[in-house]
Design a protein around this ligand. Structure first.
Ligand SMILES: Nc1ncnc2c1ncn2[C@@H]1O[C@H](COP(=O)(O)OP(=O)(O)OP(=O)(O)O)[C@@H](O)[C@H]1O
Length: 825
C-alpha cells in the first residue's frame, strides 16, 4: 500500500515535466527552416530530374555505383526524384516541394491563417488527379503519370473502363474547381456578362456620337448613305435585318422572348435588337402589350417586372452616360494627408529587457508559491507598455483559487498597473499584466501607416493603438456604433479623441464624413476649426462650427434628431435598411435628387466633458442623446462621448444601455471603473494612454496611440490649405422653444413657394417637411425653412419630434381667407 502511495506521489510530482515536450517557438523556427530548405532542394532535384532521369536511372536502379549521377543534387537528388516522380505519381509530385515549403514557412513565420490541413488535402488531391489524368491522356509517356499513377489508371480502367475513368476525372476536376477555387457556373456567366457589357459600353460610346445625326437622317430620309453603318447600329427600328446586328446579347435577348414573339410580326419586335438595356425594357413592354392577345395570366406579372426594369434601366442609362455618382467629385483634387506629417516618437519599437523579464518572472513565481500555487509553464508577451505573463498553473489548481487571490497577488507584486485576468478568455491560461519599466510610445504614425489600418475595409476605421501583443488595433466606429470614453484628468482622453479624429481624417474624404465637435473647455478641439469647410457640420447661421456653448449643444442635438428623422424618411423612401445601402443606391443613380435624395455623409458627434454638459443642461441633453443613441446607428450618425467624471448621474442607465462600446483610461477608483466598464481594472491602469476597451464582451487592454497637438495642427493645416466646400455642412434648422415666437413672420421674406407649400400642407392635412420635399421637389433645408414660416403664420403647429406637425387650417378656403387677411393687415 505504502509503495503504491509513494508511486502515486512520485507520478504526481513528475507530472509538471510534461509540458517540456511541447514544441517551443525555437523548435518551430528550426523545423520550419529545415522544411523550407528541404523543399527547395527537392524542387531543384525534381527540375534537374526532368533532364537527367534517363541517364541517372541506370545508376539509381543498379546496385553498383561506378559512375556519378548527373542530377544537380547528385545521388540524393537522383534517388529521391526517381522515388517520387518515376516510381510515384509522376510530374504531379512537383506539388510536394510547394506543400513542404508552405509548411516550413508557417512554422518559421508563425502564420496563423495558413491552413495546413487544407493545403495538404488539396495538394494530395491535385497529385492524384494530375497523375491519373496524365496516365490517361499520355499513356505512352509513363514518366508523366509515374508508376503508381500508371498502375492506378490500369486498375481503375479494369473496373470501370476508359470512359468511366474519363467521367471520374471530369467529376474530380469539377469538385476541385467548386470546392477549392469556388468557381460556380453563375460566376462564369457573370464574368462573361461583365465582359460583354464592357464591350457593349465601348460599342455604345462609338455609336452614340453618330446617333443624333443618324436619327435626324432617319426622320428625313429614312436612310443616310454617309453614316449608314452607324445608323444601322444605333437605330435599328429602320432595318429588317436582325442578322446583321451585333453579337451575343442579341441571341440572349431573342431567346428569352421567343415564345411570346412567335406570333407577332417581326417589324414590331425588331426595335429590341439594340444592345442597350434601355431597349431591352422597351422590347419587354411591347411584347407584353402584344402578348396580351395570346396568353393571359402570365403577362400581368411580366408587366410588373417591366416597371421595375424600367426604373433600373433609367438609372443604368444615366450611369452609362455620366458614370456612377461620385460624392468626392466637388473636391476631386483633394489630397489625403500623408503619414509624413506625423512624428515618430522614438520609433515605437519595443526593447526587450531580459533582466526585467527574469526578475518579474521570479517575482510572480515566488508570489504564487507563497499562496501554494505551482506553475507548470510561464510565457511572456512584451507589449508597448505592459508585459503579459501567461501562466499555466500546476494540474489540479483551480482557477477560482487564483481569481479569489487576485487582490493579494497584485498587492504582493506591488507594482502599479498590475492586472490579473483569470482565465484569459478563450485560453486556459491566467494572465498577469505587469507594466514595463520603460514603456514605448506608440506613435500615431506607426498605427496610421500600418497595413491593418491602411487596408481596413471598414466604414469608419479607427486605429486606436496597439494591443498587448503589439498588434495594431483597428475598429469600425460604424459597428460600435457609439462610444463612451472616460478617464481621470491627464490620463490621455484628449489624445484619444485626437486619435479617433485623425484616423478618420486619414481614411475618409470630406464628402464622406462630417464632425460635430462639442468642446466646452474651448481649447482641446479648436485646432479642427481649420477644416471647418471640409469636415465640420454646423447649424445654419452660426459663426463657429466648434460648439463651446452648452445652450448651443441642445439646439445641435435637436437638429441632429431632425436630420435623423429626415434620413429615416429617405431610407424608407429608398426601400433600404441602412446608410451604406442607401449611398450605394444613390451612387448607382437609382435615387432621384429631385425627390430630396442626396448622398449622406456619416456624422460623428464628439462631446468632450460630457459631465459638464449634463450638469448645466441635464435632461435637455440627455433626452436627445438617448434618442440619437437608440436610433441613429442605421443612418450613419455616431456619438462619441468623453467624460472625466464617470459618476452614475452623468453616465446614467439610459446612456449606458445605448453605448455598448466603452473606453476607460485610468480612473481613480474601482467604482468609477465599474461605472464605465461594468468591471474593475481601469483603476489599475498606469495612465498615459494605457486603456481598456470593450465592445460589450471582453475587455481588451490597449496602449492608445499618441498624437501631439503640433501633429494635429500640421494635418489640419494641410487639409485646410486645400480647396474646400463653400461652407460647413449645414444641419437642419432647429428652432428651440424660446425662439419660436421670434420665427420670421415677415411676409416679404417668405419663400416664393410659401403659398404653394401652404396649399400642399392643407390639402394633405399633414405638416411635414418631407411632404413638401416630395411634392415641390425641394431640398431638405428649404422645406424646413418653409415649414418654420408656416408655423410662424399659424398654419401648422409646433414641432412634435418624429410626428408630423398639426395643421391648423381645415381647408383651402380657410387658407385663402387667412392669407388675404394677412395681406390686408
Ligand atoms: N497615448 C499616449 N501615449 C503617451 N503619452 C500620452 C498618451 N496619451 C496621453 N499622454 C500623456 O498624457 C498627457 C495628458 O493627456 P491628455 O491631455 O490627453 O489628458 P486628458 O485625459 O485629456 O486630460 P484632461 O481631461 O485634463 O484634459 C499628454 O500630454 C501626454 O504627455
Amino acid at each position: 500500500m505504502a509503495k503504491t502511495k509513494s508511486k502515486k506521489a512520485a507520478s504526481k510530482a513528475k507530472k509538471p515535466a510534461k509540458p517540456k515536450f511541447k514544441l517551443t517557438r525555437k523548435h518551430h523556427i528550426i523545423l520550419g527552416s529545415f522544411l523550407f530548405f528541404f523543399a527547395l532542394g527537392l524542387l531543384v532535384a525534381f527540375i534537374s530530374f526532368l533532364f537527367t532521369w534517363q541517364f541517372d536511372q541506370s545508376i539509381v536502379t543498379s546496385s553498383q555505383v561506378d559512375s556519378q549521377p548527373k542530377n544537380w543534387l547528385s545521388m540524393f537528388g537522383a534517388s529521391i526524384s526517381h522515388f517520387f516522380i518515376f516510381k510515384g505519381f509522376g510530374v504531379a509530385m512537383f506539388s510536394l516541394p510547394f506543400m513542404l515549403a508552405l509548411t516550413g514557412l508557417k512554422l518559421f513565420l508563425n502564420l496563423d491563417n495558413l491552413k495546413l490541413l487544407n493545403i495538404w488535402f488539396w495538394g494530395c488531391y491535385v497529385i492524384l488527379l494530375l497523375s491519373l489524368s496524365l496516365s490517361y491522356f499520355a499513356h505512352d509517356f509513363p514518366i508523366l503519370g509515374g508508376v503508381v499513377g500508371f498502375e492506378l489508371h490500369e486498375l481503375i480502367t479494369n473496373y470501370i473502363g476508359a470512359i468511366g475513368l474519363l467521367l471520374l476525372l471530369i467529376f474530380m476536376f469539377i469538385v476541385y474547381l467548386v470546392a477549392r477555387i469556388n468557381l460556380t457556373p453563375e460566376k462564369v456567366v457573370q464574368f462573361f456578362n461583365k465582359k460583354s457589357e464592357s464591350v457593349k459600353a465601348e460599342f455604345q460610346d462609338n455609336t452614340n456620337q453618330n446617333a443624333a445625326t443618324s436619327k435626324a437622317h432617319y426622320d428625313t430620309n429614312k436612310t443616310s448613305e454617309g453614316q449608314s453603318a452607324s445608323a444601322e447600329a444605333t437605330d435599328n427600328n429602320t432595318t429588317e435585318e436582325p442578322s446583321t446586328e451585333p453579337q451575343a446579347n442579341e441571341v440572349e435577348f431573342e431567346n428569352s422572348l421567343e415564345p411570346k414573339n412567335q406570333n407577332s410580326s417581326l417589324t414590331e419586335t425588331n426595335p429590341s435588337d439594340q444592345n442597350s438595356t434601355e431597349n431591352k425594357a422597351q422590347q419587354a413592354e411591347k411584347v407584353v402589350i402584344k402578348s396580351n392577345d395570346d396568353d393571359l395570366g402570365m403577362e400581368v406579372e411580366a408587366a410588373k417586372e417591366e416597371d421595375e426594369d424600367d426604373v433600373d434601366t433609367k438609372s443604368k442609362k444615366i450611369v452609362e452616360n455620366f458614370g456612377e455618382f461620385d460624392p468626392t467629385l466637388e473636391l476631386s483634387n483633394y489630397q489625403f494627408p500623408s503619414t509624413e506629417l506625423l512624428e515618430d516618437h522614438g520609433s515605437g519599437s519595443i526593447k526587450i529587457d531580459q533582466a526585467e523579464l527574469e526578475a518579474n518572472k521570479n517575482k510572480i513565481v515566488d508570489t504564487l508559491n507563497n499562496y501554494k500555487i505551482g506553475i507548470a509553464q510561464i510565457k511572456a508577451t512584451v507589449g508597448p507598455t505592459v508585459t503579459l505573463y501567461e501562466i499555466i498553473p500546476d494540474a489540479g489548481i483551480r482557477i477560482s483559487k487564483i481569481k479569489n487571490l487576485e487582490d493579494d497577488i497584485a498587492l504582493s507584486l506591488s507594482a502599479l498597473g498590475i492586472r490579473i485576468i483569470a482565465p484569459i478568455p478563450g485560453k486556459g491560461t491566467i494572465g498577469i499584466e505587469v507594466p514595463n519599466q520603460n514603456p514605448a510610445i506608440v506613435s500615431m504614425r506607426s498605427v496610421a501607416a500600418s497595413n491593418k489600418f491602411q487596408n481596413a475595409e471598414m466604414q469608419l476605421p479607427i486605429a486606436f493603438g496597439k494591443t498587448i501583443s503589439n498588434e495594431t488595433f483597428v475598429v469600425d466606429l460604424a459597428k460600435m456604433p457609439h462610444l463612451l470614453m472616460a478617464g481621470a484628468t491627464g490620463q490621455g482622453k484628449s489624445v484619444g479623441l485626437n486619435v479617433i479624429l485623425t484616423s478618420l481624417l486619414y481614411q475618409k474624404h470630406p464628402a464622406e464624413v462630417k464632425f460635430i465637435l462639442v468642446d466646452p473647455k474651448k481649447v482641446e478641439l479648436t485646432l479642427f476649426n481649420k477644416i471647418e469647410r471640409h469636415y465640420l457640420a454646423k447649424l445654419p447661421d452660426t459663426d463657429e462650427a466648434i460648439i463651446t456653448d452648452n445652450t448651443k449643444v441642445i439646439d445641435t442635438l435637436n437638429s441632429l434628431c431632425i436630420e435623423m428623422d429626415a434620413r429615416y424618411d429617405l431610407l424608407k423612401d429608398a426601400l433600404v435598411r441602412n446608410i451604406s445601402e442607401y449611398n450605394a443606391k444613390f451612387k448607382k443613380r437609382k435615387l432621384n435628387p429631385e425627390n430630396g435624395h442626396r448622398y449622406l455623409p456619416y456624422i460623428v458627434l464628439v462631446v468632450d466633458e460630457f459631465a459638464d454638459l449634463i450638469m448645466t443642461a441635464g435632461k435637455e441633453v440627455e433626452a436627445p442623446i438617448a434618442r440619437l443613441a437608440q436610433l441613429a446607428r442605421a443612418i450613419g450618425i455616431h456619438l462619441i462621448i468623453a467624460t472625466q467624471r464617470p459618476s452614475v448621474n452623468v453616465i446614467t442607465g439610459m446612456i449606458k444601455a445605448n453605448f455598448p462600446a466603452r473606453i476607460a483610461f485610468r480612473v481613480t477608483s474601482k467604482i468609477d471603473s465599474r461605472t464605465i466598464l461594468d468591471a474593475g481594472g481601469a483603476d489599475q491602469l498606469i495612465g498615459r494612454g494605457d486603456m481598456l476597451f470593450t465592445q460589450g464582451n471582453d475587455l481588451i487592454r490597449l496602449q492608445c496611440a499618441f498624437v501631439d497637438t503640433p501633429e494635429v495642427e500640421k494635418i489640419t493645416e494641410f487639409i485646410g490649405s486645400q480647396k474646400a466646400y463653400p461652407d460647413a455642412y449645414q444641419l437642419p434648422e432647429y428652432s428651440g422653444e424660446d425662439s419660436q415666437s421670434t420665427l420670421a413672420n415677415d411676409i416679404d421674406e417668405r419663400d416664393k413657394l410659401f403659398e404653394q407649400a401652404a396649399e400642399v400642407i392643407v390639402t394633405a392635412q399633414q405638416g411635414s417637411a418631407s411632404l413638401l420635399q416630395r411634392k415641390l421637389k425641394l431640398g431638405y433645408n428649404r422645406a424646413g425653412r418653409i415649414i418654420d414660416q408656416l408655423e410662424a403664420a399659424g398654419i401648422v403647429g409646433p414641432f412634435e419630434g418624429s410626428k408630423a406637425r398639426q395643421v391648423n387650417v381645415p381647408d383651402l378656403m380657410a387658407l385663402k381667407q387667412l392669407l388675404e387677411n394677412e395681406k390686408n393687415a
